[in-house]
Ligand binder design. Structure first.
Ligand code: ADP
Ligand code: ADP
Length: 229
């Protein structure tokens, strides 16, 4: 069974009278442990697809199975539980909370977990301990009590990666993760994804940058709302 299976996913945005079909029937399977890049020109529907994959948005029609569960049959509440358990997000713009330290940013998603699941996940190790461990692994040991504005772009993105990892998600979803980084920091971030993938994490990166995509083991090309390759 594939970790992610999309069948004939369509997304239509309605603005008054105007209807735009942004995804025009996407069929896609992603296995556990894959490292996939979703590429395509601006406006091809990459972000829309990523929001659907991340259970942040629902398609207009189609089927989405995540680990065998039909995501589209879930209530918003169940959807947010699934999201907390399975998915770690990384965005181009980092979205760190400016007044929190690196460590507090990293452990923030723990607060939004279902309480029963949180208890289970952090039975042996507190979120703080786990956060420090992940940050150390990412070369951020000396920065855990810094605030985001004291960090370089690469350090901000490593903080965001640690935050995406805190709840041990099955899948890491990254939207243009190197978009705001110089090429050296961008490569360092992609090396981190490669290492996480070697440890078994499923990684999905949305990007228009061929260098960023070259770290993936499979490239899915979107064009005008369809998978073309
Ligand atoms: P990409 O990430 O490949 O640039 P997007 O998924 O962001 O593509 O957008 C695809 C198309 O959908 C664009 O034409 C965009 O204008 C349109 N679109 C995206 N979000 C909305 C929205 N909330 N309402 C209306 N149109 C949207
Ligand atoms: P694992 O993936 O560790 O095998 P399971 O999915 O089998 O975990 O769940 C183990 C227990 O944890 C179950 O009793 C389940 O109800 C509970 N659980 C797992 N995920 C959540 C969640 N997101 N919210 C609430 N309870 C959860």
């Amino acid at each position: 069974m594939a970790l992610i299976e999309l069948k004939n996913i369509r997304k239509v945005y309605k603005q008054g009278e105007l209807q735009t079909e942004v995804l025009k029937g996407i069929d896609l399977q992603i296995e556990k442990g894959e490292f996939v890049a979703i590429m395509g020109p601006s406006g091809s529907g990459k972000s829309t697809l990523m929001y659907i994959l991340g259970c942040l948005d629902k398609p207009t029609s189609g089927e989405y199975y995540l680990n065998g569960k039909n995501v589209l049959e879930l209530s918003d509440d169940e959807l947010s539980k699934i999201r907390g358990k399975y998915i770690g997000f990384i965005f181009q713009a980092f979205y760190l909370v400016p007044y929190l330290t690196v460590l507090d940013n990293v452990i923030l998603p723990v607060e939004y977990l279902d309480p029963a699941y949180k208890k289970k996940l952090f039975k042996n190790k507190s979120p703080e301990e786990k956060g420090k461990e992940i940050l150390s692994k990412l070369g951020m040991k000396e920065r855990i009590y810094f605030k985001p504005d004291q960090l370089s772009g690469g350090q901000k993105q490593r903080t965001a990666i640690a935050r995406a990892l805190i709840n041990s998600p099955e899948v890491i979803l990254a939207d243009e993760p190197t978009g705001q980084l110089d090429s050296a920091s961008g490569k360092a971030v992609m090396e981190i994804f490669s290492n996480l993938n070697k440890e078994g994490k499923t990684i999905i990166v949305v990007t228009h940058d061929p260098v960023t995509a070259s770290y993936a083991k499979r490239i899915i090309k979107l064009e005008d709302g369809k998978v073309v390759q």
